[in-house]
Design a protein around this ligand. Structure first.
Ligand SMILES: [Zn+2]
Length: 152
């Protein structure tokens, strides 16, 4: 840090150390630290940043309380939840579940289709590019057949 500051101010490490050095007497002796103070307008407390000055002394009786780490996996994404539900989102069947995927939501609203099938309505309504479907409904979609009536 001192070296970076010295570089930015076109100065020397020792000069920077001298300028930002502060110290205090603790029960374990004098400790020094790096301190930057930014004065502000009248009535406002100056901004102070400190680094160091901590007595690195062993505390034999201290109780260590570890905080639980925030696990990235506790919040699964929505698609995983939908897959875990184990149900076709069209007919609620359970056989051979697959994920049907469209490239763009905009494709669902493409004009020129005489009548949008019910699964298109479902995907557009939910604003999702994926649909968890059973094998039969998946085949129906690709064959252009009408699927079972959509459940929500
Ligand atoms: Zn189905």
């Amino acid at each position: 840090m001192l070296k970076t500051l010295a570089g930015k101010h076109k100065s020397a490490v020792t000069k920077m150390a001298r300028r930002y050095k502060a110290s205090i007497d603790t029960p374990d002796g004098r400790r020094t630290w790096f301190q930057v103070t930014v004065r502000r307008e009248k009535g406002e407390k100056p901004l102070v940043a400190r680094f160091g000055g901590i007595p690195l002394k062993c505390q034999r009786t201290v109780v260590i309380i570890d905080r639980q780490p925030v696990m990235a996996t506790t919040r699964r994404n929505e698609l995983i939840h939908r897959l875990l539900a184990g149900q076709c989102e069209i007919c609620a069947g359970h056989a051979g579940l697959q994920v049907y995927h469209v490239r763009k939501l905009a494709d669902l609203n493409r004009p020129g289709r005489p009548e949008r099938p019910s699964w298109v309505h479902l995907m557009a309504m939910r604003k999702r590019k994926t649909l968890v479907v059973c094998e039969r409904c998946h085949q129906d979609i690709h064959a252009g057949r009408s699927t079972a009536s959509v459940r929500n």
